[in-house]
Design a protein around this ligand. Sequence first.
Ligand SMILES: Cc1cc2nc3c(=O)[nH]c(=O)nc-3n(C[C@H](O)[C@H](O)[C@H](O)COP(=O)(O)OP(=O)(O)OC[C@H]3O[C@@H](n4cnc5c(N)ncnc54)[C@H](O)[C@@H]3O)c2cc1C
Length: 367
Amino acid sequence: MIYDVAIVGAGMAGASLAAAIGARAGVVLLEGEATPGYHATGRSAAFWSETYGGPGIQPLTTASGPMLRDYLTPLGSLHIGRAQDAGKADAFLRDFAGTGVALHRVDPAAFVPGLREAWTVGVMEPSCAYIDVAALHAAEIARARHAGAQIVTDAAMQAASRSGDVWTIETDAGPVRSRILVDAAGAWADIVAARAGVRPLGLQAYRRTMAQLRTDPGAPAAMPHVVDLSDNFYFKPEPGGRLWLTPHDEVASDPCDAAPEDIDVAIAIDRLEGVVDWHVAAVERRWAGLRTFAPDRLPIYGFDPAVPGFFWCAGQGGFGIQTAPAGAMIAAALLLGAVPDAAVAGIDVERYSPTRFCPRSHKLPSS
Ligand SMILES: Cc1cc2nc3c(=O)[nH]c(=O)nc-3n(C[C@H](O)[C@H](O)[C@H](O)COP(=O)(O)OP(=O)(O)OC[C@H]3O[C@@H](n4cnc5c(N)ncnc54)[C@H](O)[C@@H]3O)c2cc1C
């Protein structure tokens, strides 16, 4: 059997794309692990924030919002700073002016009980929401399956070669033949490309640490997501008065089963104690995952300019859940040569094309 499309990686990116195209093409979704979602997708902080990732990510996040509706719960995001961060708040507001993202200045102390008095600068982003990531990912896997996609786990791709217009993909579950090979392998995307004889694009994975804390007082359920304007931490309330906290670390890493380091958890707690006067009673859980970025920190959707039939769906960084529906729609249209869905029709997809890393696409300097 020859599939139309073989997607390598069944995290959020691969699952969403399989769901988007499963009814229009013969699709096989190849996952190296026994369980889809084991890597970045299963380790996220689980929020949707239109400003997170900056103006280059925002169109994808905003377009995804209505499609994520069933998986979102209101949260709000409070961006905070000290007096010396006033300029960062101004720049932040300028960055999103005209995008339609509602942002307004607030007194942060009104939203965070026990906030230390140095934290006087606040910008509220009311639209920020929790995402039920596990339910979303499971729904996309189910949607892909119902649309006719084959999902094969324990099927790590080891090599691929192309003869005529057909790829033969060697996997741990046996060979698979397909006309198009999609690279949705997260932190392994450059490795998968190299295994198919495609030039890697310089993707880099970075470790991000999360900790679930029990604090005294407990995190109020009505508190928003609280983000540092200087990118040194964020935290959000979770059920039962728990708090999810990160030191916003970005430690370059080879692709791996990422694990948290004690020092990063300690740094996170130290930073939290500089923000609120709460006592940290226990670290109940800690984990880490890899956020994988292209050199310009934008995702990559599109056919490789040099190798026919090889399609990139990679570099979702720290935003691959909140951007998944729009990313999948864009990738589906490019992959199938179809008109993009109205939900993403206004998005400039060129900025996400792999051709931006191709020397041939560089403009000559004007004389
Ligand atoms: C701590 C943390 C917090 C985050 N918080 C948020 C957040 O709040 N909101 C948000 O939107 N995003 C967040 N993210 C980012 C988000 O989790 C990622 O962008 C997203 O999960 C990436 O999805 P993916 O499918 O590309 O990668 P992955 O989920 O890593 O999936 C890639 C898959 O490819 C498989 N694979 C690799 N190599 C092969 C091979 N050779 N053959 C077959 N399969 C292979 C892997 O096993 C894996 O399952 C966070 C990430 C981390 C780590």
